[in-house]
Design a protein around this ligand. Structure first.
Ligand SMILES: Cc1cc2nc3c(=O)[nH]c(=O)nc-3n(C[C@H](O)[C@H](O)[C@H](O)COP(=O)(O)OP(=O)(O)OC[C@H]3O[C@@H](n4cnc5c(N)ncnc54)[C@H](O)[C@@H]3O)c2cc1C
Length: 327
């Protein structure tokens, strides 16, 4: 399913982007390691669903939209993941992003090192709390690298900011380009959802730093990704009948290692315990670990269970398939 992307146009939407200056929602990754289905069914990209063709567990093919007889199924598929059927066609709203010649964005990347990370995390906390500009987006990746530890101990800063086209914005380095991340790497994701302005990001940063240094031999690259969800994003989501999620913490095992040791398991569990989600905020399915049972944190959890009972009365999917827990 990794290559199953929106072929109504082309795999990367490059053609559409250049000819019509539009693109589909694709998260903050252009990585071919991430398929459209998993990304869209468990993340914010679902806000742009128009209609979905779904093969139910009884073998029937149905089309679900926000207003037809399968509107409950449509709602469940917007964030509920893979339990409700196999989606074979996505019709999604495209977003106007401009062509490569349109420098309508301002941005780029700023790289900080060492002790300054804590100050950056604090600034992110303040930004999320106070930002009112619906056009502001920021992704923060804090990386602990055992391999480059000696280089990172040398203070340095590199900035690269200026007018950009969407084409260039989407190529700003992100964790998708971080060393070790790719189809052959084993990733372990865990998430939390923190309410800004309460010093929780700074506390999480310290917890994550403790975790990374404790497990530096087992996990050579660990990343703390803070994905602020601004009110404007929630407003857009609500306008599309949407859902709410969370920022992740992640770590990557060395290539070829697919099993988590007992001590690393205990360390991850302790990290999740130390960085609990703020009360009332849901975990984000796409970037939570299975053991975190993201669906159970959704405001629509009871409704999800009801919809699941209706569309899979024999519980075939839960019994026979790997997928989110809680249904
Ligand atoms: C480098 C990287 C960057 C990422 N960035 C983002 C981001 O910016 N935003 C974001 O939201 N997430 C992001 N993620 C998380 C990513 O969206 C999830 O890991 C997602 O589950 C990947 O989907 P997939 O289809 O590639 O995976 P798969 O493992 O193939 O699928 C994930 C789940 O969906 C099910 N599934 C697959 N296809 C279908 C289908 N057609 N119908 C029904 N169920 C199906 C599978 O059974 C499985 O349970 C990122 C992940 C990585 C590795």
């Amino acid at each position: 399913m990794t290559s199953f992307v929106d072929y109504l146009y082309d795999a990367t939407c490059t053609l559409v982007r250049e000819q019509h200056a539009v693109k589909s929602c694709r998260g903050n990754t252009n990585s071919r390691a991430v398929g459209f289905s998993g990304l869209a069914l468990g993340g914010w990209a679902c806000d742009r669903f128009r209609s979905l063709d779904v093969v139910l567990t009884n073998g029937r093919l149905v089309t679900a939209t926000a207003t037809n007889e399968y509107s409950d199924l449509f709602t469940a598929l917007k964030g509920g993941g893979s339990r409700f059927g196999i989606v074979t066609r996505y019709e999604v709203d495209a977003i106007h992003v401009g062509t490569a010649a349109d420098k309508t964005y301002w941005g780029g990347s700023i790289n900080y090192v060492g002790p300054t990370s804590a100050a950056v995390v604090k600034a992110i906390d303040a930004l999320i709390y106070s930002n009112k500009d619906p056009n502001t987006v920021i992704v923060t990746v804090v990386t602990y690298s055992n391999v480059f530890a000696e280089f990172l101990a040398i203070p340095a800063v590199a900035t690269n900011l200026g007018p950009l086209s969407y084409n260039e914005v989407s190529k700003v380095p992100s964790r998708a380009q971080a060393p070790g991340i790719g189809p052959r790497a084993t990733n372990v994701y865990g998430g939390s959802t923190l309410y800004p302005g309460q010093g929780l990001f700074a506390k999480s940063y310290n917890n994550w730093l403790n975790f990374s240094t404790s497990f530096k031999d087992e996990v050579p690259t660990a990343a703390l990704v803070i994905t602020p969800v601004f009110q404007s994003q929630i407003d857009v989501s609500r306008a599309h009948g949407g859902t709410s999620f969370t920022p992740p913490n992640g770590s990557i095992l060395p290539l070829g290692v697919t099993k988590i040791s007992q001590s690393l398991r205990a360390g991850l569990d302790r990290l999740y315990h130390e960085i609990p989600r703020s009360p009332g905020l849901p975990l984000y399915l796409n970037e939570s670990e299975d053991v975190q049972d993201a669906l159970t944190t959704y405001s629509g959890y009871e409704k999800l269970k009801e919809i699941y009972r209706k569309y899979d009365p024999t519980r075939f999917n839960v019994r026979r398939m790997v997928g989110p827990n809680g249904l």
